[in-house]
Structure formats: C-alpha cells, structure tokens
Design a protein around this ligand. Structure first.
Ligand code: NAD
Ligand code: MN
Length: 507
C-alpha cells in the first residue's frame, strides 16, 4: 500500500477507483488489452505503486479507431449541435461534482500539490469544456458572392460548410494530465469529431476516471476512446493509422518530429504543442516584489515540468541583484513534499528518469561555469524530488540556457541600457517560441517588447496567462497550429464549398 494514502486521508471513492481493474475504454466498454501487458502506476512522491493498468498495443489502437469511426459515421453524426452542447455541459458538471476524487487521483499519479490539482480541474478542465460547449452551436460557413463559369451575378449561390475532420488521435504528456485530456476532448466534441486519446502511461488515472463520467454524461459509445500505452507502441500506432484523420499531439519536440513522419502515410492533419524555453524580461521600473513572485511561479509551477515555464530570466542590471536575492530567498524556503500535504509548495518530478535528467543539467550548469545561487540538489529518501534551483551567468552559450530542462531549474542573466531590439534578440536566442513575459510599468515598453518576442504567447506583468479563450501554441520549434479559443476549433474542422448555378453558363 502507498505510504501516502495511509498518512493522508483520501476519499473512499478514490480508494475504490484505485483498487479497480484498469482496462482500456473502447466503444464505451472496458476491455482487456490484447497483449495482456500491464504497467505499474507510481506515486512519484513515495515511489509506491498506486495501481496497475493495462497497456494498449497496435491491435487495441485498431479497435479504438474502428469504434471511433463507427460512432463518427453513426449515432454521433445525427446528434444536433445543441445536444452536443448539453452533453458537454453535463460532463463539465460531473467533473465539478467529482472534483475531490479527480484531484486526489491527479496528486497521487502526477505529484503536483493538491491546490494546483484542484485548480487544473475546477478552474480549468470543467471551464474549458463549458467554453467549447458554447462554440458547438456557433460553427458555421459563409455564403460567398461569385460568378462561376461566367454566369451573371446573382445567378448562382456558393456556400461553405464547416465539417468535422473525422476521427482524431490525441497524444498527451504526463505534466498536467487532466488539463491535457480535456484540452483535446473539448474541441473534438464541439466540432462533432470522435476521438481516441492516448494518455501517458506514467499518468493515466484521471483519464481512466473520466471514462466513467463520459459514460454517465450520456456521450454515445465510441465517441471517446481512452487507450493508455507506451509511446513507441500505442502512440506510434495511432499516429501511423490510416483511418485517423488528425493527430493532436502535446509532448516533446523530438517526439513531435516523429509524429510528423508517421503521419505522412495518409497525410493526416497534425497539430503539435511542443517544448519551450521561454524568456521573462524584467525592466528596471518593474514592481520587484511582483517580479519575484512572478518569476518563482513562471519557473517552478508544476516543478518546472511545464511547457510554458519561464526558464530564462533577463533582468535589468539596476535591479538584478535585488530580484535574484528575492527569488533565491523564496526558492530556498519552498517546502517540498507530498501533494496531499497542504503545506507542500513543490512536489516531486514525475520519475526517477526525469530526476536524473534534471540533475545532469544541474551538473552541466556547474561544469560550464554558471554560478549556482540556490538549490542544485536532490534530497535523499523516497520520492523524485529536486530542490528549486537558480543559476546565473553572463551568456547563453551553455546547455542550461539553451535546452528545455523540464524541471525546477531557472537560468538568469542581466542586461544593460540597450535598445529593445538588442534585448529582444537575446530573449529570442532559442529554438523555441512558446511563451514569454515582460515586466514593466511603461505601457509602450511593455507592448513593444511583447511584439518583439518571437513566441505564440506573451504576457505583460504576469507569466503564461491561460484561459480557454486565449489562443495558445508555439512559434519556431515549439509547434504547429494553435489550441484554445476560436482558433483552437480550426484543426478539428474542414471546409466544404458547394456551388449551384441557376442559369446556363454563356460558354
Ligand atoms: P514525450 O514527447 O516523451 O511524450 C508525449 C506523449 O507522446 C506521451 O503520451 C508518449 O507516450 C507519446 N510518445 C512517445 N513516443 C512516441 C512516438 N514515437 N510516437 C507517438 N507517440 C509517442 O513528452 P513528455 O516527456 O511526456 O512531456 C514533456 C514534453 O512535453 C516537454 O518537452 C514539454 O515541453 C512538452 N509539453 C508541451 C506542452 C505544450 O502545450 N506545448 C504541454 C505540456 C508538455
Ligand atoms: Mn504516476
């Protein structure tokens, strides 16, 4: 038994769910995986097993895609957009009603602190569904004034229809499991697509719990299929599948490139939300206290396992020491612990492997001459913890300033009285372009700098503002396409143009 569930109270609903048999959810039914292979799901704070899941292979992916295709052609295609809205609102209410269980599962599975788990569920997952539920009835084409083949004006009609793209394959990472799950599910349901979701094998629990809620909400069988599995097996099979119309992928840039290759077979549509190494640019007039807290949040939210993380901190020389002292002061006092402990501010990393990866970056930082201001160690004992770490250095030609670490490691550098273009050039020295923030009280500097940062998203006086209505996605090697907002519907839709002529063409 997991030490944590003995030390901290968890609800009986959570306990019962964990003790259940965890199969694949295909065509609205729980089914055994074809290979019989299983996987131990670990609480990263205690290293204890919390559940054993079954792993999907190619054959299971075939079955899930077939179920999604059947639902797409059948029952789901006949359901009105109003009804899709109602089903989505019902699912959102069920998420809220089961918030405690979902939050406990997320904490035990992923390691994040309880308060953040609750936020990703009630503040994000259910609101995200409600936002897209509203869109289901507002997706429509246009009529276009044309004169095809020379027919007179007014002697023809051309209209477009926005049709669902079909069967969507969604592949999601482990860093914010339920948020990622809903992020792919909501636009699929709103547009009338069906979906096969492959959660990360490291964090499948909330995705599996969601299947019960999907069923309870009355969403028809086969519309949503959930198949946890290994990336190179189940993920690869889904991205290669000839009957999948679109892949919505969130994960690393390296795997994103593989997804594109696998998608070539049937030229399925692909959206990619990939890595980041986002800049936080602080001008000398900024509110130092707000900057300090903002930089902490930007760097250490989800233990730094956050694609939007602000991991390159650029501070004007006049306030550099003040900001660095402030950040180090707070970071070195942050309480690491189990997410179920209300005092915990920082949880563990997801796995031993991730901790090794992060520790190797910390070693590289030291070896390449960066100054370690605080952290830099993994406390001993159980759990994959790494202390929040701050390095400073004078230039970015070192690994920790260039590569995405995906752990609680912040790199900081000062700048002088250069023009905004020069400062922006330094902030843009990255293969990534996902997020970024500018801190200043001067609105002209704020907006100019925001326009110069080459990222899909820039926030002023906060970092990584997230809302279902704010488009989100990456420039450069941070990805293809946008999710969230109205734009987030586009990749789930295709346009059909239809023309009728009322008179014969003149030639
Ligand atoms: P990952 O790329 O290793 O895995 C992501 C998903 O892809 C998992 O479900 C995995 O099983 C699957 N996968 C692995 N190999 C595959 C293959 N060959 N074919 C198909 N699927 C495969 O990433 P991760 O370690 O789970 O997550 C961390 C990465 O995700 C970071 O780089 C981070 O920046 C990125 N991320 C991006 C966003 C975003 O919205 N831009 C959000 C969260 C995480
Ligand atoms: Mn886990």
């Amino acid at each position: 038994m997991n030490a944590a569930t003995e030390t901290f109270a968890i609800s009986s609903a959570t306990r019962q769910f964990l003790e259940r048999k965890h199969q694949l959810f295909i065509g609205g039914k729980w089914q055994n995986a074809q290979s019989g292979e299983t996987f131990a799901v670990i609480d990263p704070a205690t290293e204890a097993r919390i559940a054993t899941i079954q792993l999907a292979n190619e054959l299971d992916i075939d079955a899930a895609v077939a179920a999604a295709r059947k639902a797409f052609k059948g029952e789901w295609s006949k359901i009105s957009s109003h009804q899709r809205t109602r089903l989505m609102l019902k699912l959102a209410d069920l998420i809220d009603a089961n918030m405690q269980t979902l939050a406990e599962l997320e904490v035990l599975d992923n390691g994040l602190p309880m308060m953040l788990a609750q936020y990703t569920i009630a503040g994000y997952a259910s609101e995200f569904l409600r936002y897209y539920a509203g869109w289901a009835t507002k997706i429509h084409g246009e009529t276009i004034p044309v004169s095809p083949m020379g027919v007179a004006n007014g002697e023809s009609l051309t209209y477009t229809r926005r049709e669902p793209v079909g069967v969507v394959g969604a592949i999601i990472p482990w860093n914010a499991p339920i948020a990622m799950f809903v992020l792919k599910l909501a636009p699929a349901l709103a547009t009338g697509c069906t979906i096969v979701i492959k959660p990360s094998e490291l964090t499948p629990m909330t995705a599996l719990f969601m299947c019960d809620l999907i069923k309870q909400a009355g969403i028809p069988d086969g519309v949503v299929n959930v198949v946890p599995g290994i990336g190179t097996v189940a993920g690869e099979a889904l991205t290669r599948h000839e009957d999948v119309n679109k892949i919505a992928f969130t994960g690393s840039t390296a795997v994103g490139k593989k997804v594109v290759e696998s998608a070539l077979g049937n030229l399925k549509k692909v959206t990619l939300e990939l890595g980041g190494k986002s800049p936080v640019v602080v001008f000398p007039d900024a509110d130092v206290q707000a900057v300090t807290m903002g930089a902490i949040r930007a760097a250490f939210f989800l233990q730094g396992q956050n694609c939007m993380a602000g991991t390159r901190l650029f501070v004007h020389k006049d306030i550099f020491d003040q900001v660095i002292q402030g950040v180090a002061g707070i970071a070195s006092q942050m309480k690491l612990g189990h997410g179920l402990d209300p005092a915990t501010q920082l949880g563990p990393l997801i796995s031993a492997q991730q901790r090794e990866r992060v520790m190797a970056y910390i070693k590289a930082g030291k070896d390449e001459g960066a100054e370690l201001v605080c952290g830099g160690e993994a406390p001993g004992g159980k759990g994959f913890f790494v202390k929040p770490t701050l390095f400073t250095h004078s230039h970015q030609n070192i690994k920790i300033a260039r590569e995405e670490i995906f752990g609680p490691v912040l790199y900081a550098q000062s700048f002088g009285d250069s023009d905004l273009e020069t400062i922006a050039a330094e902030a843009n020295k990255s293969i990534y372009g996902l997020s970024g923030s500018v801190w200043t009280k001067d609105i002209a500097v704020g907006h100019k700098m925001a326009s110069l940062i080459d990222s899909g998203q820039v926030s002023i006086n906060c970092h990584a503002a997230v809302d279902p209505a704010i488009p989100f996605g990456g420039n450069k090697m941070s990805g293809w396409g946008r999710e969230f907002g109205k734009e987030g519907l586009e990749p789930y839709l295709k346009t059909k143009a239809t023309t009728v002529i009322f008179s014969q063409p003149p030639f």
